[in-house]
Structure formats: structure tokens, C-alpha cells
Design a protein around this ligand. Structure first.
Ligand SMILES: [Zn+2]
Length: 148
């Protein structure tokens, strides 16, 4: 019997790339719902997520890559059952692309840093730009600001 020498080093563990996250890593780190929403453009059921009714102060970060996406002072009650914001934390942190799934033309919102699906952007928001960023709680992590 020939011994099975370890020639099985097929998967190249690429040097730390901040942006690309492997499927294996993400599946082990995220909940199934977080994975489905961020990686497969899923949508959590309304009124079920962690943040739709959250009024705590803080910074909402991408659940996948930790990028800062929204600030709590731009969050508002949209009545939709999803966490909604009228403005992003900075101009280029959320990327908008056209989503034609489900027979509709919508603006999909993704994390500009890692491409995670966040939700959709609509044009009926209350802010100066009229934006409503309709997000999934599963895409976000609230980093609570502590003043001490
Ligand atoms: Zn991200």
C-alpha cells in the first residue's frame, strides 16, 4: 500500500483579502438566515428581524465585513416591518444596483465593501433625498455607542 502523502493542498488559502469571504467561513460564522439574506439576496419576513423596532443609538455595520453602513439617527419607523433608514452613513458605503427579480425593477442595496445584499432602496423616504433604505436586520449588526 502506498501511503497517501498530503498532496491535497488544492485550495489555496489566499492571503488575507478583506473583501472576499469564503462560503465555508461565512456559513460557519453567520446564521442560516444571515447567510441567505446577504449571500443569496433573501428577504427576512417583516416584523421578525432584530432591528425593525429597535430604537437604540449606535452604528449599524455590515454583518459580513463590519463596514459602517448606517447611523441610528437616520433610522425611522416606516411601518414596513424592516429597519428603514433615509440616509447612509457615508456617500459610498452602500452600492445600488438594478434588481429585476420577481417581475419588478427595484434598486438593490448592497454593501459597497463586500457585496453583501442588504435590502432595497425606494423613493418614498422622509429625508432630504427621499430615500428609503429598506434593510434586512439579518444583514446588519448594531454597534451600540456607549458614552462613558
Ligand atoms: Zn459588507
Amino acid at each position: 500500500m502506498t501511503d497517501t502523502t498530503q498532496t491535497d493542498t488544492a485550495h489555496t488559502e489566499a492571503t488575507h483579502s478583506e473583501v472576499a469571504h469564503s462560503e465555508v467561513e461565512l456559513r460557519s460564522r453567520l446564521t442560516p438566515e444571515q447567510y441567505t439574506v446577504t449571500q443569496q439576496a433573501g428577504t427576512e419576513r417583516p416584523f421578525t428581524g432584530e432591528y425593525w423596532d429597535c430604537h437604540d443609538d449606535g452604528t449599524y455595520r455590515c454583518i459580513v465585513c463590519d463596514a459602517v453602513l448606517f447611523m441610528s439617527d437616520t433610522k425611522y419607523d416606516s411601518g414596513t416591518g424592516w429597519p428603514s433608514f433615509f440616509e447612509t452613513a457615508a456617500e459610498d458605503v452602500v452600492r445600488i444596483r438594478t434588481d429585476t427579480s420577481h417581475g419588478m425593477v427595484r434598486e438593490e442595496a448592497v454593501c459597497a465593501n463586500c457585496g453583501a445584499h442588504l435590502g432595497h432602496r425606494f423613493g418614498d423616504g422622509p429625508g432630504p433625498h427621499g430615500h428609503r433604505y429598506c434593510m434586512n436586520s439579518a444583514s446588519l449588526r448594531l454597534d451600540q455607542v456607549r458614552l462613558d
